[in-house]
Write a protein that binds this ligand. Sequence first.
Ligand SMILES: CC(C)(COP(=O)(O)OP(=O)(O)OC[C@H]1O[C@@H](n2cnc3c(N)ncnc32)[C@H](O)[C@@H]1OP(=O)(O)O)[C@@H](O)C(=O)NCCC(=O)NCCS
Length: 101
Amino acid sequence: GLLGFNHVDWINRNAEIFIFIGEASQQGMGIGKQAMQLLIDFSRNNLNLHMLYLNVFSYNYGAIKMYEKIGFSIDGRLRESKFSKGKYHDTIIMSKLLNEG
Ligand SMILES: CC(C)(COP(=O)(O)OP(=O)(O)OC[C@H]1O[C@@H](n2cnc3c(N)ncnc32)[C@H](O)[C@@H]1OP(=O)(O)O)[C@@H](O)C(=O)NCCC(=O)NCCS
């Protein structure tokens, strides 16, 4: 799998992040949550960032649940910005302020 930063804004101290666990058999075992927590701690303690944000498709319920469990909240949505399997879906924007614990 992969996780990392898509874009780091050093002036405003925020970054867009992403995560992907490639092996479906390894999903749902706590790895994603643990890896995201490491990324959050690294962003706060080593990079001195203030805020992280990410995009997730509205049909990706598992990912949204995982992000909520590690303290991300929904900021908004880009309506019908994703076309998949014959239907339009929203892109949800989520963020976490790193001084919120
Ligand atoms: C989304 C993803 C990163 C989550 O990582 P994961 O290792 O599968 O998730 P975890 O096992 O760490 O789960 C963390 C929490 O989220 C919840 N969760 C995860 N998947 C879930 C699902 N499908 N439905 C409901 N809850 C879910 C778990 O219940 C868990 O809560 P808990 O700690 O209270 O038990 C991973 O499944 C993945 O890479 N999926 C494919 C790519 C993808 O969708 N990436 C995100 C794009 S925005």
